[in-house]
Design a protein. Sequence first.
Length: 157
Amino acid sequence: MGRPAVANIITYGTLGAKMVIRDVSRVHNLPYAEADRLAKMIPDELNITLDDSIAKSAELRAEIERNPVTREIVGEARVLEGMVRNTGKHAAGIIITDTPLEEYVPLTLQEGDVTVQYDMNAVSKLGLLKMDFLGLKTLTVIADGRGERPPHRGSLV
């Protein structure tokens, strides 16, 4: 089938705790340095939420209690946290079908490439063939087919 049956997979970037504080602060015309100071009060933990940050950071709790502007920013940020902020292309994932993809999924152009508008979890649930060409598991299958060891992680071969 060729080109009409192959596309990249979209990724969705969401508003994390630090990013949403910076974005809401910008909307409130808070100086960058002040927004950065607030964002740095959020602990450096992967996927930490604003609620968890407030529970863990005495400095952030005190700032919220002391400063009505901070309280308003954090209140608005809590509403927006987790929402989609931007889209991108999966680093190495593609979808392959036996008929044109437009028969299965919505498509868009990203950086000149056709991209499926469903993320990798959604396309899997639809039963579409998803290939991750940089995954170690995929590299092992390819290498096993040639009787070779898989390349070192990070290799482009």
